[in-house]
Structures are given as structure tokens and as C-alpha cells.
Design a protein around this ligand. Sequence first.
Ligand code: AP5
Ligand code: MG
Length: 227
Amino acid sequence: MEHKLPLAVIIMGPPGSGKGTQSSRLSASMNIPKISTGDILRQVSLGDGPKSEYIRSVIATGGLVSDNILADLIVSRLSDLDCKDGFILDGYPRNIQQATFLGELLLDRNYKLLVIEVIVPDDTLIKRVKGRYLCKNCGTIYNKYFAKPQKDGICDKCGSSEFTYRSDDNELVIKERLKEYNTQTIPVLDYYRQRNLLVSVNGEKTSDEVHEDILRQIARALVNDCN
Ligand code: AP5
Ligand code: MG
């Protein structure tokens, strides 16, 4: 998709709604990077030392990692050269403090901001999260019920035959993550809705259909901007 202004697209939705799946697809279609705070935090959590340990323990219980850690991470990642034509945020912002921080950060930069909410009912979310697995090598997301690789046991993207699970994908932690979403993140949707920056898509459709819907919403927002 052609676009002139640098675009900042935020993909929002509860755990399992398809943020990661859709932001990867959008990143490929639009040729701008995907920034997943969950992926970055999981990577940091593998290290040694108190910060990694802290992040590990928060992720394991389904809470939110501190705003300060997220602020450092976002400032550093957005200053990378590959973000200059735009980027897709997956999993940030997740509370009002993070949303206002991001607003200040983008104030001086000429990004067109668009927020996409992916709507999926809770019972579907739980089934999706329980069925999720990932390529151990490249992180491509699969699902044992809904999205298997084309060749069983071989990653479509990199050909690896090793897969892994997320340790926070168990029913107890999913419920905590959903609780955090409902209390901390739903107000962020209202924040963007009030600013006329929010559009919603039905995340229960197939991944292809959701992708098409998101592309259509972005195209519409860009056309409206030119008028
Ligand atoms: P994060 O990694 O962001 O987890 P999450 O928000 O709980 O969301 P998920 O990654 O579980 O789901 P998703 O929406 O990406 O769905 P996916 O595409 O994989 O965060 C993890 C933790 O990090 C947080 O709990 C927190 O502790 C910390 N953290 C992260 N950001 C933070 C922040 N800003 N501040 C503080 N702490 C933060 O899809 C799910 C499954 O469904 C897959 O198997 C997929 O194949 C399948 N699927 C996708 N789309 C479809 C479809 N249309 N139809 C059928 N199946 C589908
Ligand atoms: Mg994700």
C-alpha cells in the first residue's frame, strides 16, 4: 500500500484477538516494522539480572510491566532508522499513562496516527490462546485449531521444524491478562475514540478477511485525510 505521511498504526485488542498475527501481516503489506512490546519483553526476560527477573515474574502472572520500562523501550525502538516511514505497534499502549506518553513522544513528529481495535468475544479468545504455538526459530504464530502450517510440522516462513509455546498461555494467566485488559486497556480505547482515531474490525473473521478489513480501514483513513 502506498502512503506519503509516515504512519503510526496501533493494533489493539485483548489477548488472543490476533494483534501479533495482524501486525506481522500489515508489516509485510505496508513495508514498515512491527513493534511488539510483548515480544521485546519476552526477549529481555530471557536474560540474567533483576530487570529480566522482574519482567519474567510479571509476564508469568499476567500483570503489566512498569510504565518506566516500557517508556525506555519505546523511546529507544522508535528512534531506530527503520521507523522513520512509519511503524505498527502491537501491545502498546496498554494504559492511559502509556497512551499519553506516546502522544507526547509523537507530538513533534509528523506521523499520521490510526488505532485499530480487533474485536473478538472472550470464549473464542480462550480457545485461540490455548491452541497457540510458535516457530522456535522465527516466531511465526500458529494455532492447533485454526492456523496450522501448510505442511504439518514445518514452519511456512523459515522451514524450521521446531516449535514452542508461551508459558503465559494457560487458563489461569489468560484470565488475569483479560482482567488487566478490561481494567487498564479498555479506557485507552475510549481515549482514542474520543479523539476520532479509533476504528474497529471484527476479529472473528478469518485472518485473511481481518487483514483485508484493516487495509481497507487504513486506506479510508488516508483518503479522508487528503479531503
Ligand atoms: P503480549 O505478548 O502483547 O500478549 P497479549 O496482549 O496477551 O496478546 P497475545 O500475544 O496473547 O495475543 P495476540 O492478540 O497477539 O494474538 P495472536 O496474533 O498471537 O503481552 C504479553 C505480556 O507482556 C503481557 O501480559 C504483559 O505482562 C507484558 N506487556 C506487553 N506489552 C506491555 C505493555 N505495553 N505494558 C506493560 N506490560 C506489557 O493470535 C492468537 C492465536 O489465535 C494464534 O494462535 C493465532 O494463530 C490465532 N489467530 C489469530 N487470528 C486468528 C483468526 N482470525 N482466526 C482464527 N485464529 C486466529
Ligand atoms: Mg501477541
